[in-house]
Design a protein around this ligand. Structure first.
Ligand SMILES: NC(=O)c1ccc[n+]([C@@H]2O[C@H](COP(=O)([O-])OP(=O)(O)OC[C@H]3O[C@@H](n4cnc5c(N)ncnc54)[C@H](OP(=O)(O)O)[C@@H]3O)[C@@H](O)[C@H]2O)c1
Length: 336
């Protein structure tokens, strides 16, 4: 079988297409024929050697995939041959709180990932994808969708009528927009691009702000909420926007810290927490239990992930390069 391996941390140029033997299925394992994989910002940090948890090279990159189970090992009962599945980001985080031994089972980071024709996984480490989704759509769920779900629903306990602030139109923010919309919340979204903001409106965004032409977007958020502020911020942009995110909050609002996109560390001071009575959650993708709950909502509401662009397997390097330019809206996938 063919797969890509990262042989150094110089970026996407280190992606090397190699031929490896098909792995043998052992007890409790499933062999999945991968039909699509999806890119996340974290995959760029892995390729550039900036991943916080460090990687062992060579590494099969990417965490997110969907495919078909083609073989099951002994003692597998929760999945069958022919099932359409996605892999869990943390292979061993099934339910409850995240524990250190689960933290070290992150595909495409602390262990080999999914950018290949086949992958051998624990049967416990896969989730069936909703029937109405294609493999490409299913591949977008394990990281960006689950982090958005965790931020707003599992950690945020989002209520109908709440107001949510979303920053930019990348993978996490667009899923968060879709989940806010299905939960009956009001979404305000920012972007550097007016065409993307128009597109966000078609997905249910009620208010849009261009953060380049309106650099004090926190002031505009306050205006749009009659001075009250928002109930939730999905903080994907890291430290550079943290102060403005807090300034956009209502009293006792919730900030879900999802991303560390900017190099700026930012700071949450005791004063900020006391002033806003804010609740802060650190989001680490999510568990299988959360994934399954999210899938039930996706099925019930016929949610379709937004795929901006799809690349052929052989064009994986180009997919990385284009993804790093952040021109996309929603998700970028690689199909096999
Ligand atoms: N903790 C977790 O579980 C978890 C899970 C998934 C992702 N993440 C992290 O979350 C972050 C976002 O991930 P992603 O996959 O959604 O990334 P992405 O798809 O690469 O997001 C790119 C978009 O971010 C927006 N952006 C960049 N700087 C911005 C700023 N200063 N203000 C507002 N928007 C800005 C831009 O939107 P516009 O083009 O519209 O301006 C850009 O297109 C990353 O740091 C990623 O590592 C964390």
């Amino acid at each position: 079988m063919r797969r890509f391996e990262l042989t150094s941390t110089i970026g996407s140029d280190a992606l090397t297409l190699v031929e490896r033997p098909l792995p043998k299925t052992g007890p409790g394992q499933v062999l999945v024929r991968i039909r699509a994989a999806a890119l996340n910002y974290r995959d760029l940090t892995v390729a550039r050697g900036r991943y916080s948890r460090g990687v062992k090279l060579p590494l099969v990159p990417l965490s997110d995939c969907a495919g078909e189970v083609i073989e099951i090992g002994p003692r597998v009962s929760r999945v069958c041959v022919g099932d359409r599945v996605a892999a869990l980001f943390f292979q061993r985080w099934l339910s409850g709180p995240l524990k250190p031994e689960m933290h070290d089972t992150a595909l495409g980071g602390t262990m080999d990932g999914v950018l290949g024709e086949y992958v051998l996984l624990d049967a416990d480490g896969v989730v069936r994808i909703p029937d109405h989704l294609s493999f490409a759509e299913g591949a977008t769920l394990p990281t960006a969708a689950l982090a958005a779900w965790h931020a707003l629903i599992a950690a945020g306990s989002l209520q109908p009528g709440d107001t949510v602030l979303l920053l930019g139109t990348g993978g996490v923010s667009i899923f968060a927009l879709q989940f806010a919309s299905l939960a009956g919340a009001r979404a305000i979204i920012t972007s550097s691009n007016d065409a993307k903001l128009e597109r966000a409106r078609t997905l249910g965004a009620q208010e849009t702000i261009n953060y380049q032409t309106t650099p004090r977007w926190d002031t505009r958020v306050k205006e749009l909420t009659n001075g009250r502020g928002v109930d939730h911020v999905v903080q994907v942009t890291g430290g550079s926007t943290l102060e403005q995110s807090f300034a956009s909050l209502c009293l006792q609002g919730h900030v879900a810290i999802v991303g560390t996109r900017s190099e700026q560390p930012g700071a949450i001071t005791p004063g900020m927490l006391v002033q806003y009575g804010a609740r802060v959650s650190g989001i680490n993708v999510g568990s299988r239990e959360m994934f399954e709950a999210m899938n039930r909502a996706i099925v019930a509401n016929r949610v379709r992930p937004v795929i901006d662009k799809s690349y052929a397997f052989e064009d994986a390097k180009r997919a990385y390069e284009d993804f790093s330019k952040a021109q996309h809206f929603g998700k970028v996938v690689i199909e096999l």
